[in-house]
Design a protein around this ligand. Structure first.
Ligand SMILES: [Zn+2]
Length: 109
């Protein structure tokens, strides 16, 4: 690892330690601080092993390529991939279908 990267990492770690409260006022803040530290550690690990991590995510994509690209049929008549499922649920066409079906259910009562 180059000296510059080491310096930057040390700086980031020092900043995290400085930002962490010595006596957290309550449990919630303690949990938040722990989560923040965990995220920072994860990010540092990722940046240290960036080449390896990128290879890992590439191979994960290739292993699951078929699953990511298969289209699912929605009862509204639309189609979506698993990656775009939540985006589809927010589209005007899908929301109109939801409104329409809920109106029909209310009329049937
Ligand atoms: Zn839909």
């Amino acid at each position: 690892m180059s000296e510059i990267v080491k310096e930057v990492l040390d700086e980031v770690i020092n900043k995290i330690i400085q930002d962490m409260p010595e006596n957290p006022p309550n449990e919630m803040d303690d949990e938040k601080a722990k989560k923040k530290l965990k995220n920072e550690r994860r990010r540092l690990y990722y940046n240290k092993n960036i080449v390896k991590e990128r290879e890992k995510s590439k191979s994960y994509y290739h292993r699951n390529k078929e699953r990511f690209s298969t289209k699912n049929e929605c009862p509204c008549g639309g189609r979506y991939t698993s990656v775009n499922k939540n985006i589809h649920y927010g589209t005007r066409g899908h929301l109109n279908w939801v409104r329409w079906t809920s109106c029909n259910i209310e009329l049937q009562k």
